[in-house]
Every structure is written in C-alpha cells, then in structure tokens.
Design a protein around this ligand. Structure first.
Ligand code: BEZ
Ligand code: FE
Length: 302
C-alpha cells in the first residue's frame, strides 16, 4: 500500500499528464453510448470521480476501505432498510437533488428530503381520522388546506402522511408487519384536510450500519429534527414531498440530513389534558397538541 504524499507535495507535470490520460480514456469509452443523457451522466460522473481521486491523492488502502463501505451498505440493504438512501441523505445529495428539481414557484410550499420510510399502500383515513393505529405518542391534531399558486382550493388532493412514534421508530422498524403512524386521506371540496397524528419527536436515523459508523468517525450526530412527513399529489400539480418541523426544537439547526427549511417550521401548540378537542374526541387524561399546515402546490412541469 502506498503512502499518501503530503497535500503540499506538488504532482510533477509528467505524472499529471499520465493521470489525465486515464481520465481521457475512460471518458472516450462512453462516446458511443446511444442514449445521450446516459452518456452525459456517465462522463460527468467519471470526470468528478477522477478529479476527487486525484485531488485527495486517494491511497489504495483508502480505495479499499471505500469499496468495503459500499459492500456493507449493500449487504444491510433490503426492502425495509435502504442504506444507500441514508448515505445520499447524510451527504446532502438528496437535498441537492430536491433543490435542483423543485425550483421556487410563487408561494408554493417548499419541498424537503423524502427519506427511506415511505411505504406504498398506506391505509386510507377519512377527514378527522387517526393515523396512529396504536403507535405510541401524544395525539396531535393536524389541519390545513391545499391550494394552487392562484389561491384556488385543490379538492381531492391525495395527502400521504408518515412519521416516527414517540420512541423514534417507524413501523418498518418494528420487526413485524404492523402498519402504524402512516395513512393517506383526500382534501375535501374546499381543499381542506384534518386528521389526528402524533406530536413529532426527535429521533436518530438508523445508525447501526455503515452510514452510522461514518457519522461516528467524523463526529456527526445521527439525529433528525422532529418532523411529520407529507406527500401531496393532485392532477396538474407538481407532487410535493415535504415535512413540517416543530418550532423550538433544539435540533432544527443540526438536522443530520439538512432537511430543515424555515418556511416548514410550524407552531405545534401544546394543549393540557382536559382541553376540549376540535372534533369532540375524548382523550381522557392525555395532553395533546395542534398544528396548522396550509399547503400550496406548484403547477406540474414547473
Ligand atoms: C426520515 O425523516 O424519515 C429520514 C430521512 C432521511 C434519512 C433517514 C430518515
Ligand atoms: Fe422521518
């Protein structure tokens, strides 16, 4: 294994030329790719990857550690655990992709990271329904509206909601087949929606795998700021993937996947036990919270 030269050591011109020649050869190997977009992506990837290897003067031992890391990420990934999404998230690649694909449009609600815990086929709840399905946590009344950028109500928007329970676990982490703390509902004729969820609490992303080891090695926390996930879709509108965050959460400034945006920070108003609920539900001796989230969808294709 070779020693890494100190960063100050200049790379001789002849050596630089040998390295550039490797990059040229690899780039040329994609010249015949019939799909122009695939060619563009692969050649750009090669350019950046080679520049990275050359810039840090990657040692063979470090290359080998990188390969081992990727292999471990693959080994731990299955249909319920997606280590590569976690990796993309903690490197900010997910949020950068969100930024590139969701340009600001009028006062459309901002998008944020999707995360690895969305599941297709969540149960449908009606207006005012409860998505907890037995997941532990403080009840939270969530209400709001769905509108387009002209202020027109969007009726029948599909609103998917998912969140961790008060122990910081999604149902996919329970180790059984339970579905909990996730559901979907549809906005009503005036574009309004309301449901019972759980007051969000902070939780760590899964950190018992290679991504967790990476965060520990670089001294970064695996914690996410408290949040509630939404995905909102409607005909002729851009699908919105976002969360709302809890004002006063001390983790807002240190979310490990860079997902927090000020416009998504909301007031979750704490309600003492015994405070009458909006729908008359009897919560006995439990406290609860309430939050309002008005959603604005950008037009499709923007
Ligand atoms: C989440 O919020 O569910 C999440 C996002 C990124 C990585 C891990 C979890
Ligand atoms: Fe989450």
């Amino acid at each position: 294994m070779n020693e890494r030269p100190s960063p100050a050591t200049p790379v001789p011109a002849a050596q630089q030329e040998r390295e550039a020649e490797v990059t040229r050869q690899v780039l040329a190997s994609f010249d015949g790719c019939a799909d122009p977009r695939l060619r563009e992506i692969m050649q750009s990837l090669v350019r950046h990857l080679h520049a990275f290897v050359r810039e840090v003067r990657l040692t063979e031992d470090e290359w080998s550690q990188g390969i081992g890391f990727l292999a471990r990420a693959g080994q731990i990934t299955d249909e319920r655990r997606q280590e590569f999404i976690l990796l993309s998230d903690v490197l900010g690649a997910s949020m950068q992709t969100v930024a590139v694909n969701n340009e600001a449009y009028g006062d459309a609600t901002e998008a944020t990271v999707f995360g690895p815990f969305f599941m297709e086929n969540s149960p449908e709840i009606g207006q005012g329904g409860d998505l907890s399905f037995g997941a532990p946590g403080e009840p939270c009344w969530v209400e709001g509206s769905v509108r387009d950028v002209d202020g027109k109500p969007v009726a029948g928007a599909r609103i998917e909601v998912w969140e961790a329970d008060e122990d910081g676990l999604y149902d996919t982490q329970y180790g059984d087949d339970r579905t909990a703390a996730r559901a979907h509902l549809y906005s009503d004729a005036e574009g309004r929606y309301r449901f019972w969820g759980l007051t969000p609490t902070p939780y760590p992303i899964p950190h018992d795998g290679p991504v967790g080891a990476l965060l520990a090695a670089v001294g970064r926390s695996p914690m996410r700021a408290s949040h509630l996930h939404f995905m909102v879709s409607a005909p002729a509108q851009r699908t919105l993937v976002t969360h709302i965050f809890v004002r006063d959460d001390e983790l807002l400034g240190q979310d490990c996947v860079f997902g927090v945006k000020e416009s998504l920070v909301k007031d979750f108003l704490h309600q003492r036990a015994g405070t009458p609920t909006p729908d008359g539900r009897d919560l006995g001796d439990r406290s609860w919270s309430r939050v309002r989230f008005d959603i604005v969808l950008a037009p499709q294709g923007t």
